[in-house]
Design a protein around this ligand. Structure first.
Ligand code: SF4
Length: 335
């Protein structure tokens, strides 16, 4: 990441943070833009491929990007579904780069070999590894491991930072250690996130045998690994919060008096151009059509919850609650 990119990102985050802390209107520095719900996989905990398969046209997608830029967004997360199933994904990424976004790209990487050039303008890649090949296939399907490690190797060789996300549905310390060692060997980082429940974009339940106290111990173990310098992308504050999470069958709730930065510091846009404070709130709040409305005017400032342990959102909220430590750690993730 070069100095102008870091400065742009830091400035945009600082403006967002100031607006949030002084209760001014929304000034999100980050947006997750889902370019499609379609996906070549059917992971057991994901509902996205069963949702509306219609995407915005290319020009409409550019309009959404322009609206996000105008709002102050500097970090654009391209997510799905699986973005690589989109025919025009390479052009979309180029257009995002032309607009000066810092681009993160979420992909299962099984189609990487067909379109490696899409990643020429990407700044950070998020992918998925749920454990060894057998565990990964059990969670994500028979072909979900094909070519993934090779793609990670190639991306790392190209100088791109890669973070593999492991969804934690059970206390599986053995898988965690294997993944951390794999990350050490492969020079990428690993991020653990709890299986998210009770929202439109996920499906499934935690197995009845899973106990929150076991999961808390699991997360406390990861915190120790992080402190020991192992390649965990997750921040210390995030791991600590997970290690203290009361009930892993509840992903989000409202606690009067607390604030959530969703919608003001970051937001989510679905493949039809509707924006929500975060992906978790889709289906729980009315979407705002970014092609027709201005988020600053249309967003009420209300969110259906204000505390969550949802992987990416908890990290984002920490950027607004513990700004110094969290932003230094975020920088180390992308450097
Ligand atoms: S607490 Fe905030 S970020 Fe978390 S799910 Fe609720 S609205 Fe989204």
């Amino acid at each position: 990441m070069n100095i102008p990119d870091v400065s742009r990102l830091a400035f945009s985050y600082a403006m967002s943070f100031l607006a949030y802390r002084t209760d001014r209107g929304p000034r999100p520095f980050s947006a997750a833009m889902a370019v499609t719900n379609r996906c070549n996989l059917r992971c057991v905990y994901c509902n996205t491929p069963y949702m509306d398969p219609n995407d915005l046209s290319f020009d409409q997608s550019l309009t959404v990007m322009d609206r996000l830029k105008d709002l102050g967004v500097s970090r654009l997360g391209i997510v799905g579904g699986e973005p690589l199933v989109k025919k025009d994904i390479g052009e979309l990424v180029k257009e995002a780069k032309r607009r000066g976004f810092y681009i993160t790209f979420n992909s299962n990487l099984t189609q990487y070999h067909r379109k490696p050039e899409v990643f020429d303008d990407v700044d950070l890649v998020f992918t998925s590894l749920d454990g060894d090949a057998e565990t990964h296939r059990a969670h994500r399907g028979e072909k979900s491991y094909d070519g993934v490690l090779e793609a990670i190797d190639d991306l790392v060789a190209r100088g791109l930072p890669v973070v593999a996300i492991c969804v934690v549905g059970e206390a599986n310390a053995e898988q965690a250690e294997g993944l951390i060692q794999q990350a050490e060997r492969g020079r990428f980082k690993i991020h653990f996130q709890p299986q998210c429940l009770d929202t439109e974009i996920v499906r499934g339940e935690l197995d009845a045998s899973v106990r929150s106290e076991d999961l808390r111990r699991f997360w406390a173990g990861l915190l120790e690994q992080k402190k020991a310098g192992r390649p965990l992308a997750s921040s210390v504050a995030y791991l600590k919060a997970q290690a203290e999470w009361d009930d892993f069958r509840v992903s989000a709730f409202s606690n009067p008096g607390l604030k959530c930065a969703a919608g003001r510091g970051f937001l989510y846009v679905d493949p039809q151009g509707y924006a929500y404070p975060c992906a978790f709130t889709k289906g729980q709040t009315e979407g705002i059509n970014l092609l027709e409305e201005d988020w600053r005017q249309a967003f009420s400032g209300e969110t259906p919850c204000n505390v969550c342990n949802v992987g990416p959102m908890m990290e984002f909220n920490l950027l607004f609650e513990k700004p110094l430590r969290a932003s230094l750690e975020a920088l180390s993730r992308i450097a």
